[in-house]
Structures are given as C-alpha cells and as structure tokens.
Design a protein around this ligand. Structure first.
Ligand SMILES: Nc1nc2c(c(=O)[nH]1)N[C@H]1C(S)=C(S)[C@@H](COP(=O)(O)O)O[C@H]1N2
Ligand SMILES: [Mo]
Length: 344
C-alpha cells in the first residue's frame, strides 16, 4: 500500500501500468532533440539533449495525478531542475508566467505562474523508472511539474517561453481544464459555461448531439431518451438523473458524475468515459463498449453499480480499471457468465 495519501477523487492506476493520455507522438525532428528557452529572458538559448545531460542532473521520486482520476505514486525520474536552466538564461523582472510548448502537430502547450513552477521544483525529464522515456510518454524529453494535475506536464518539450501575461494551454483552452490544476483542491475544470436558459432549452429538446456543453449541471434531472451523440460533455454532473435509454454514442463524457443515475438501456458506445463515476448507477441493459475505462469508478463504499445479463461490457477494458474496480466488475460479470460481458 502507498505510504502517502491520494488527493481527493483519485485512485491508483492498475498496478504496473502507466496510462498514455493525450497525444501519442511528436513531430519528426532532423538531428538531435533540442530545447529552447526564449521570451522575457536576458540570454535566450538552446540546448541539445546531450548538452542538457551534461548539466547537473537530479533524481526525484514524484507522484503523478491525472485529472481523469488515476494516480501513480513514487515514480522515479531523472532530469534537470527547471531552476538550473533558468539560471542560465536569467529571466527578466517582467517575466511572470512560463509556457511549455511541445513539438507536436497541434503545438500543444501548458502554462504556469513562474513562481509556482519554480516553487514546485519543476523538472525537465529524460528518464523514468531507470529507463529513457518512451516516445508515448514524451520521450526523449518532457516536463514534469510535481503537485499539479499531469496536464501541466508537457510531453516532447521543445520550447520554454517566459511571458509577462499568461497564455492558456491547450487543455485549459480547448477542454476547460482548470488553469490552477491543484489536485488537493480538485481544481479539475473551470466553471460551466452553460446558462440556465440554455439548459432549459436543452432539456426540452432532448437532442444534444454534436454540442459542446462543458460541466453541465443536470443532477437529478429527468432526461430519459436523451440523444447526445458525439457531444462534448466533459465534467457533466448527472448524479441521480434519469437517463434511461440515453444515447451517448461517441460523446466525450470524461470526468462525468453518474452516481445513482438511472442508466438502464443507455449507450456509451465509443464514448470517452475516462474518470466517470458510476457508483450506485443502474447499468442494467447499458452498453459500455466505450473507448477507454481509465479512472472509471463502479463501486465506492456501499454504493455499487448494478449490471445484468444485458449489460455489454468489453472485457479487454477491464485491465484499465483500478484493482478494486476491476475486481468488482469481474465479480458482477462472472456471476452472469455466458450471458453478459462477452465482448472480449
Ligand atoms: N504534448 C502533449 N503533452 C501532454 C498532453 C498532450 O496531449 N500533448 N497531455 C497531458 C495530459 S492531460 C496528461 S495526463 C499527461 C499524460 O502523460 P502520459 O501519457 O505520459 O501519461 O501528459 C500531458 N502532457
Ligand atoms: Mo490528464
């Protein structure tokens, strides 16, 4: 068991598995990997990976907390402190924010107040668990900002910019991720952008297909037969709602709250349900052939999701669940062997 506590709402990732989240690869580079520091600094400069590795390196053991609710404790890393690099370029007095930019198609980035990034002992890292970082985890070079949700840790780090004004990162801008990102305060998502009037209209129409509705507050609502195909519904609150036969096919429901919801006959086919909480939900006859099950909860204390022989559950996704969740699901499906869960 871990010696330290997990932040609220987090669970340990399945043993020995480090999930891959977001982009999976960098753009190709010619020659050696480089990283550049520019912007509000006295002496901008670029290092090759080799040159970096000849600066004073550090080894750190850090905890990783993804906003989709999985955590890894005690990850041994090797790299260099951000402070060491900044000492070389000397930030100007007007530099108040720092932006980390990836070498990827969408120029992925994230940002932090400069003083926070330094106070947290941010690292630029090339090795984890004693091995060079794999490409999917950001190799050859990524950022690790301990003490923030992992979306503040850019993979394939290519450029560090010192800024006077903040520049929102990719997830913060496109997905409404909270710019604070403190896992101990559960700063997961910025507030909902949906007005009450909009919500009333949505409830009447029952058709949310293709819409982007961040952090919808629909706890306790009567939404049977809702059609929300391919909708972007991150961080929705559907606790105790009636969602019988709802169609969430292809929707993005990451971090959704479905505790005690009535989801009989609902479809999550090809939906993104990472970080969803289904504890106490009625999943009889539901279709859970989702894209991924990372960080999904089906049981919390006495609150258990109910399955029946018509519940469709892809067996190959069970291995993505935390150990206790996987155990619970196996038990549920095992009780109905031969009838449910034959999607493996
Ligand atoms: N370049 C880049 N960096 C990124 C992301 C991304 O999509 N692109 N996703 C972030 C998110 S949300 C998380 S949780 C971690 C995932 O890192 P991992 O795949 O090594 O677990 O990377 C972060 N850094
Ligand atoms: Mo994440």
């Amino acid at each position: 068991m871990p010696s330290r506590q997990l932040p609220p709402g987090q669970q340990l990732a399945a043993r020995g598995k480090w999930p891959v989240v977001g982009e999976r690869r960098a753009l190709p580079v010619e020659g050696p990997w480089t990283v550049e520091i520019c912007g509000a600094v006295e002496a901008a400069r670029t290092w090759t990976l080799d040159e970096l590795q000849n600066l004073p390196t550090v080894e750190r053991v850090v905890d990783i907390h993804c906003v989709t609710r999985w955590s890894l404790l005690d990850v041994p890393l090797q790299g260099i402190l951000l402070q060491t690099l900044l000492d070389c370029v000397r930030p100007q007095a007007r530099a108040r924010f720092i932006s980390f930019v990836a070498h990827t198609e969408r120029q992925h980035s994230t940002s932090l107040p400069l003083d926070e990034a330094l106070a947290l002992d941010s690292l630029v890292v090339w090795s984890a668990y004693g091995k060079p970082l794999s490409e999917e985890h950001g190799g050859p070079l990524r950022c690790v900002v301990p003490g923030k949700y992992f979306y503040k840790s850019v993979k394939w780090l290519r450029r560090i910019e010192l800024l006077e004004e903040d520049r929102l990162g990719y997830w913060e801008r496109e997905a409404g991720y909270h710019n604070g990102a403190d896992p101990w305060k559960e700063e997961r998502f910025a507030a909902s952008g949906v007005t009450r009037q909009q919500m009333r209209r949505l409830v009447e129409s029952r058709d949310w297909s293709g819409q982007t509705l961040l952090a919808v507050q629909a706890a306790g609502w009567e939404l049977a037969g809702l059609v929300a195909r391919n909708a972007a519904l991150r961080a929705a609150d559907f606790r105790t709602a009636c969602l019988r036969d709802a169609d969430f096919g292809g929707a993005n429901l990451s971090n959704g709250r479905f505790e005690d919801a009535d989801l009989r006959g609902a479809s999550f086919r090809d939906a993104d349900i990472e970080g969803c909480d289904f504890s106490g939900a009625d999943l009889r006859g539901a279709d859970l052939r989702a894209l991924s099950m990372l960080g999904v909860t089906f049981v919390a204390g006495a609150k258990q999701a109910s399955f029946d022989e018509r519940t469709r559950f892809p067996l190959e996704l069970i291995t993505q669940l935390a150990d206790n969740q996987a155990g619970f699901v196996r038990h549920q499906l095992g009780n109905k062997e031969g009838t449910a869960g034959g999607e493996g």
